[in-house]
Design a protein around this ligand. Structure first.
Ligand SMILES: Nc1ncnc2c1ncn2[C@@H]1O[C@H](COP(=O)(O)OP(=O)(O)OP(=O)(O)O)[C@@H](O)[C@H]1O
Length: 252
């Protein structure tokens, strides 16, 4: 299985009141092509920090992060931004969209910035992804004129524009109601079925239960891991129960 990301012994600390505090205490983890992974753990256990470290968005204090064979410690700024652009897509709890642009322009902005020449092609691609995620017709809307779920879908469209090998989601369903959250997970499943790896940080057992590999963190370490078969709707209750048992076991 091709490894997209290898994290080896990652240590990350932040300075607080003149003291270094370790937030990641030597985490090692590998993410394979096409995997559907979630990261759970108590608040402050280091989930987002690990995601930022593994995606090269943040620099680690020690240990290594290797993305598609490239050790990030030896990558130049240009190489780093190239890796991020070509390999990854990001979806956050609150989509980071610009207020003065409509939905379509927000979706295409990063791609147009990278490649001014092919705007027609980029718009065509954006429209086809908008169709795929179910937000056709919202192209000209202001970002304040769509629902939270629709805005999150637009964020996913933007993340998919470069055909990433992996999509990272930091609590992507965190601000959605349960119906929209399930629809969002249907979408992540569909994206994953097309061989894009997905890694989600979540507190929600129902979200984690849709994934196939759950990493549990506590105090800056991955303390446990649970694997689930490919999702089938009929198994949802059993899967949620399995995740909740595990959560209770490790005291989340
Ligand atoms: N930029 C930063 N500067 C200082 N401390 C930070 C920074 N980022 C994170 N931390 C600290 O690192 C710890 C882990 O934060 P992180 O956001 O990774 O946790 P988390 O498990 O994702 O939490 P949550 O579930 O609440 O989002 C917290 O104590 C947080 O305060």
């Amino acid at each position: 299985m091709k490894k997209i990301i290898i994290g080896e012994n990652i240590v990350k600390s932040f300075r607080k009141l003149n003291e270094e505090h370790n937030v990641l205490n030597g985490v090692s983890v590998e993410i394979n092509k096409g995997e559907f992974v979630s990261l759970m753990g108590p608040s402050g256990s280091g989930k987002s920090t690990l995601m930022f470290a593994l995606s090269g968005m943040d620099v680690v204090n020690s240990g290594r992060v290797i993305i598609n064979g490239k050790d990030l410690a030896t990558a130049s700024e240009n190489e780093l931004s190239d890796i991020r652009r070509k390999t990854m897509g990001f979806v956050f709890q609150q989509p980071t969209m610009l207020k003065n642009l409509n939905i379509l322009d927000n979706i295409i902005l990063p791609s147009v910035r990278d490649n001014q020449k092919n705007k027609t092609e980029i718009v065509k691609k954006a429209k086809s992804i908008m169709k795929r995620v179910g937000i056709t017709g919202l192209e000209d809307r202001d970002i304040t004129e769509v629902s939270g779920g629709q805005l999150q879908r637009a964020g996913i469209c933007r993340a998919l524009m470069n055909n990433p090998e992996i999509i990272f989601g930091d609590e992507p369903t965190g601000s959605l109601n349960s119906q929209s959250s399930q629809e969002m997970m249907d979408l992540f499943s569909e994206i994953n079925n097309n061989c894009t790896a997905v890694m989600l940080v979540t507190h929600d057992a129902k979200v984690a239960a849709r994934t196939e590999r759950i990493l549990f963190m506590r105090d800056g370490e991955i303390i446990s891991e649970c694997r689930l078969p490919k999702f089938e709707a009929k198994d949802m209750d059993d899967r949620v129960e399995e995740v909740m048992v595990k959560m209770r076991e490790i005291g989340i």
